[in-house]
Design a binder for this molecule. Structure first.
Ligand code: PEP
Ligand code: MG
Length: 850
């Protein structure tokens, strides 16, 4: 059905025209604002999203309705106007309407050379951008001539079997159709979605009378901004190109001049001081009246200034923060608005780790540095492997020949990406930058065998799936192993913005931190404590794994206790260090969680080594490994079940926690450690562990004579624990929802295997999103709500939180705020993002209380 095009859909931009950014796009709305500030903007018509959609669907544009606003033989430009300029759009088309007659006219006014160059450039861009003809056939000679022009028109005619359109309306109609269709293309759609555009984002178009940048006096076009788009610092930046149309490549023109007076060459300020002065005034005007830093395109014709376009200045994440803070500090916007203006995702880009410049680099191969930051992870070769790895909480590096849209989920799940093919604008590069993922592309010297899941590097070494590598997306180097990293440098603007966010935030943000390095990052990002310390990670370190294996092989309780005695000082110093770093803030330590067999070797060689280490026959090792193997280890002997059946482990951990508490209380602010029991499904489990932990506390108190306090809590990660939260809470000072396992068990969906079919499930809309990435508010959410309500019934002041991977997600934070949870806990690097998201939710709520 044809869409009925209304006046609003084809709207002459005036001070009072009924226009809106969500109907006509940001650029069109911005032009209206510039007109309201009495800036000299040429006649402009805005075409709405709906009308552009209709054009893309094959409905012809109502050209007479558009052209009636312009003079009889107009020269026009068309620019894209999406809701957010960051979402991109098709390139601008200029000089629409230029034809043989107009060319003849311009030959008189501008001279033949200039007019012919202009016409040929127009035919070239129309042929390539609109008619999609081969660019090779339409090159621009250095010295355009009438003959070259005729040849170009003839080429067009032979390629198209039709003359180059002489009618302005026909040219405009074709341009509008091609731009409308370009927006609907799959690549354009994916690119903008990676930048946060919704799937149904619309494109508006802006048709504007060309202000010719050619003339006898000072004439030309230019672009100006008043702030550096990379750093956010104040500075007049831009270029002026004499006698040139305002194309996108203005800045790169070899004839470009400076704007402000400059020793290095001529400037607009010297040649047209009045126009320059006006530009500076306009900069201040848009800043204070439109409350934004803008980039302005302008034309000067014989000294007179026209403003063609003003868009919100494209900016790096760092500049976005700086600009928002500066606008608030100079009273142009309120602090809360500054907090609202920075996208949480943009903040995370500031948080890139870099390879420590003093670290040794075990260089493997170089590619194109496509997205900055560095990350280490285990090699994976497919998106599903990456998703499985992320679900296990293991960082991975995804290696692909090149990525396609099907890889986007895998990329989201990876710590970094390497591709063999592609350049800085390839899919991997663009998506990598969009989501802040370190990325190397075009690493052509890397040999990949995707079937055998291994890579070979030029020096002959091979690496297989699971091997650790480091991607340095800033230099384009792939390195072997895990490399020392430097934390991101965060400036005052970042700190100021987050301090404003904290003033309005109404839910706590803690970090999941297992190591002193994680704890330090958490502290640097002002996390309000550690919400989850997964202690088992401490047992994989160095020699500790051997001690764990000895313990697993011990035949008696005394034997186990003897080995644990040797682990005790190591754990004590782990905890002392965490307490020291966190300086009195709460630290929630989760007791040992994984199944024991995770500590045992898998292959024959590993078992032989272990037999040697333990000085036992190989058969004994294999028998023990068999003994411990389970059909469903994630539902088997793990978490509190181990705590009940092999109590020595939890007793050792409790002792280490209390001894560390005593040690730290002697030197610094007292800590109140939090001890969390994993995988609980019955109240009696908590009772049993509680009585053992209490007696360890009493023993440490008796031995040291030091008083200390502690809180015992439960990790709610089985559906039964959520259902039985009322009686469980009678024995628990806090309940922390482990949404990873809770999602796994609610769906009956393996965290480790779901990646294999998750894309199919999401593509076929079985699940709206991967529930391991985005908290399922309907199902898992209902259990959380129920668990929270029942927990409060059992203990009205019970502390409630979530600590699964969802903790830093805006939708999970929104849910936890609505349920009045005390805090969320997320990975340390997500803490600033979570602080900002939580603040934005609180501000939105104030504006629009539910
Ligand atoms: C969880 O299950 O949500 C959780 C945080 O624990 P883990 O990921 O260690 O199982
Ligand atoms: Mg868990």
């Amino acid at each position: 059905m044809q869409k009925v095009i209304t006046l609003k859909d084809l709207c002459l931009v005036t001070k009072t025209a009924p226009m809106a950014a969500d109907i006509h796009g940001g650029r069109a709305k911005c032009l209206q604002r510039l007109i309201r500030l009495d800036m000299p903007v040429p006649t402009t018509v805005a075409i709405s999203f709906d009308a552009v959609r209709a054009i893309a669907a094959g409905q012809g544009a109502d050209i007479p309705q558009i052209l009636r606003h312009f003079e009889e033989t107009p020269l026009l430009s068309v620019r894209p106007s999406s809701m957010d300029p960051d979402w991109g759009g098709p390139g601008a088309m200029l000089n629409i309407g230029l034809n043989d007659a107009k060319h003849a006219e311009l030959c008189q006014s501008l001279g033949e050379d200039v007019a012919t160059r202009l016409y040929m450039r127009h035919i070239q861009s129309f042929a390539v951008e609109v008619a999609r003809l081969d660019p090779e056939e339409f090159y621009l000679p250095d010295h355009p001539s009438q003959d070259a022009l005729k040849a170009m028109l003839a080429t067009y005619e032979s390629e198209m079997d039709a003359e180059f359109p002489q009618d302005a309306g026909e040219q405009l109609s074709e341009v509008l159709r091609s731009m409308a269709r370009a927006w609907e293309g799959t690549t354009a759609r994916l690119l903008r979605q990676a930048k946060g555009a919704p799937a149904d984002a619309g494109l508006g178009l802006v048709v504007q009378e060309m202000a010719l940048a050619l003339g006898a006096g000072v004439s030309g076009s230019g672009v100006v901004q008043f702030v550096d788009g990379t750093t956010g610092c104040k500075q007049v930046i831009g270029r002026f190109v004499p006698q040139a149309a305002p194309t996108a490549s203005l800045r790169d023109s070899k004839n470009a001049e400076f704007l402000s007076r400059d020793k290095r060459g001529p400037s607009l300020e010297e040649q047209a001081p009045e126009a320059y002065q006006k530009l500076i005034e306009y900069g201040e005007l848009v800043r204070t009246r439109l409350r934004e830093e803008m980039e302005i395109k302008f034309v000067v014709r014989d000294g007179a200034l026209s403003i063609l376009d003003g868009i919100r200045l494209p900016r790096s994440s760092r500049a976005a923060v700086r600009i928002a803070v500066d606008l608030a500090e100079t009273g142009v916007i309120a602090k809360e608005e500054a907090v609202m203006r920075v996208k949480p995702a943009a903040l995370s880009e500031l948080l890139h780790r870099q390879v420590d410049s003093s670290a040794k680099r075990d260089f493997l191969v170089r590619g194109i540095a496509a997205s900055p930051g560095a990350a280490s992870g285990r090699l994976v070769f497919s998106g599903s492997e990456a998703q499985a790895s992320a679900a296990r909480g293991e960082a991975c590096v995804l290696v692909r020949r090149e990525t396609t849209p099907e890889d986007i989920r895998g990329m989201h799940a990876s710590a970094a990406v390497v591709t063999l093919r592609g350049g800085v604008t390839s899919h991997a590069a663009v998506i990598g930058r969009g989501i802040g993922l370190p990325c190397i592309v075009g690493a052509a010297d890397l040999d990949v065998d995707e079937r055998k899941r291994c890579i070979k590097v030029p020096d002959g070494r091979s690496f297989s799936a699971g091997d650790m590598v480091t991607v340095d997306g800033t230099t384009g180097q792939l390195l072997a192993g895990e490399t020392a990293m430097l934390e991101a440098a965060l400036d005052d603007g970042f700190q100021t913005l987050l301090s404003w966010a904290d003033e309005v935030r109404d839910i706590g943000i803690r970090a999941n931190a297992d190591t002193p390095a994680d704890a330090q990052t958490a502290r640097n990002f002002a996390a309000e404590g550690i919400g989850l310390c997964r202690t088992e990670h401490m047992f994989f370190d160095g020699d500790r794994i051997d001690l764990m294996r000895e313990m697993i092989f011990a035949e008696t309780s005394e034997g186990r206790a003897a080995v644990l005695e040797r682990l005790l000082p190591l754990q004590r110093s782990d905890f002392t260090e965490l307490f020291r770093i966190m300086q009195g803030q709460p630290v929630c330590i989760r007791l040992f969680d994984p199944p024991l067999h995770e500590f045992l070797p898998v292959g024959k060689a590993g078992m032989r080594e272990l037999a040697e280490l333990l000085d036992v026959p190989l058969a004994q090792v294999t028998a023990r490994v068999d003994d411990l193997s389970e059909y469903n280890p994630m539902l088997g002997m793990r978490g509190v079940r181990l705590g009940i059946t092999v109590p020595e482990i939890y007793e050792m951990q409790a002792r280490a926690i209390f001894e560390a508490t005593v040690a730290i209380n002697a030197e610094a602010e007292a800590v109140v450690p939090e001890i969390m029991i994993p995988l609980v499904s019955a109240m009696r489990e908590v009772e049993l562990v509680q009585s053992r932990v209490d007696s360890v506390a009493a023993a440490v108190h008796a031995e040291t004579g030091v008083e200390f306090d502690y809180r015992l809590g439960v990790m709610v990660e089985t559906p039964r624990a959520a259902l039985r939260a009322a009686d469980i809470a009678e024995h628990a000072a806090f309940l922390s929802f482990g949404t990873n396992d809770l999602t796994q068990m609610t769906y009956g969906l393996s965290r480790d295997d779901a990646g294999k079919f998750m894309s199919d499930y999401v593509n076929q809309h079985v699940y709206a999103e991967d529930p391991f990435h985005t908290l399922d508010l309907e199902g898992v959410g209902e259990l959380l709500q129920l668990g929270a309500e029942r927990g409060r019934q059992g203990r009205p002041d019970v502390t409630l939180s979530i600590c699964g991977e969802h903790g830093g997600d805006t939708n999970a934070i929104a849910f936890c705020r609505a349920q009045k949870f005390d805090y969320v806990s997320c990975s340390p690097f997500r803490v600033p993002v979570a602080r900002l998201s939580a603040a934005q939710l609180a501000i939105e709520d104030k504006k629009d209380p539910r």
